[in-house]
Ligand binder design. Structure first.
Ligand SMILES: C[S@@+](CC[C@H](N)C(=O)[O-])C[C@H]1O[C@@H](n2cnc3c(N)ncnc32)[C@H](O)[C@@H]1O
Length: 362
């Protein structure tokens, strides 16, 4: 089978799967899977879902780009997708499963969220197989697994990867998925910002985001505003506080981010988009787009997605519209922004972060 990544990348070191995925397939090939019900979590580019499509597994989709990647790979390999088998990570599997598969995510709290998710639907005699690259191992992976299962068996390393086989369900521990982060907005309003596991900047509001918010001044005529890569929605919330009448849109690739932001804004007063592309936001053009854009994706750093988003923003701004974007100084985004926008200046900076103000000519 030929598996490729979506979005496509020019970086030949970035792959659509790792040895941990191959190890899971190898393990599964040695098991009797006939008539068994299967669910797959955190299959980022659809490698497992495509290879195991003959078993008609449930696939838990957390990222819109993951769904696009899986659909593309199924199609490229002449497999018809079964939409009833695609679940988002807040929808429980609608039946008992015999086997759960998971690539261990970078965020341990997201690992626990997926453990909780799969454990809930797993048959008492079921098995959960988790794969990871040995260099990403931390002992907490074992201790979290042991909170849910009597038997936690770690394999030998194979091609620098390992798998865990988890059996013997314990009673699930008491679990609260949503964390609360106290935050004081510039106008003196204090609010608990709530977020699901794996959403950007657990434990505190990111310092780059804070720097952006300290310097965010919305102009009088800016009424249609987008928070791009909105995470828990803290930027959109600050905009709402500064400009109550604005039409605010939020977009994020990660379902748990979008659902977090719904907890932090009045859901009737904002438009939430679960998507990885600004172009998916219907027929709206923006006066202002504000962003702390993504550049980390699990264990990878990849500016291609960021630069693509810049290009998309330029296409979605009204003439005269502005794009405010904060970034670590070392990322050096200005040449890219200058390519897509009529002008790009540094509107604020400190020793670590820069806020770029890019404008589209009127
Ligand atoms: C640096 S975080 C910023 C989150 C939030 N705005 C904040 O300041 O806390 C970037 C966000 O972009 C999201 N993201 C990644 N790729 C994306 C894409 N192609 N389209 C939209 N959002 C994306 C990530 O899920 C993440 O929530």
């Amino acid at each position: 089978m030929k598996i490729i990544r979506y979005p496509v990348t020019q970086n030949s070191s970035l792959r659509a799967w790792s040895a941990a995925d191959e190890y899971i397939l190898k393990e599964l090939a040695a098991m009797d899977t006939s008539g068994k019900t299967l669910a797959i979590c955190n299959d980022r580019f659809g490698y497992l879902g495509t290879h195991l499509s003959h078993l008609n597994p449930y696939t838990v989709i957390s990222y819109k780009s993951q769904e696009a990647s899986l659909l593309m790979n199924l199609q490229n390999n002449d497999v018809k997708p079964d939409p009833d088998k695609f679940l988002n990570s807040l929808e429980p599997v609608p039946e008992r499963i015999d086997t759960g598969l998971m690539i261990v995510p970078k965020s341990l709290s997201l690992f626990q969220f997926y453990l909780q998710y799969l454990h809930r639907s797993l048959a008492d005699d079921g098995i959960l197989i988790c794969g990871f690259m040995t260099r990403h191992f931390t002992p907490q992976i074992l201790s979290l697994a042991a909170d849910y299962f009597e038997h936690v068996e770690q394999s030998l390393a194979w091609k620098k990867s390992r798998i865990l086989k988890l059996k013997g369900k314990k009673e699930a521990p008491v679990y609260e998925a949503v964390e609360s982060i106290p935050f004081l907005f510039r106008d003196g309003i204090e609010q608990e910002i709530r977020q699901y596991p794996g959403v950007f900047s657990s434990g505190n509001i990111d310092y780059a985001t804070q720097f952006l918010l300290e310097n965010l001044v919305i102009e009088e005529d800016e009424k249609t505003i987008l928070d791009l890569g909105s995470g828990n929605g803290v930027i959109a919330r600050a905009i709402q506080l500064q400009k109550a009448g604005a039409e605010i849109h939020l977009i994020d690739d990660f379902i748990l981010a979008v659902e977090s932001s719904r907890l932090n804004l009045d859901p009737d007063k904002a438009h939430f988009h679960w998507s990885d592309s600004v172009e998916d936001i219907g027929n709206v053009e923006f006066d202002l787009v504000v962003s702390n854009p993504p550049f980390h994706f699990e264990h990878e750093v990849n500016s291609e997605v960021t630069v693509d988003l810049f290009r998309e923003v330029a296409g979605k701004l009204k003439p005269g519209g502005r794009f405010l974007c904060v970034a670590n100084k070392h990322l050096g985004y200005q040449p890219y922004l200058k390519k897509f926008f009529t002008s790009c200046i540094i509107s604020s900076e400190n020793n670590k972060y820069i806020v770029y103000e890019s404008k589209k000519g009127s």
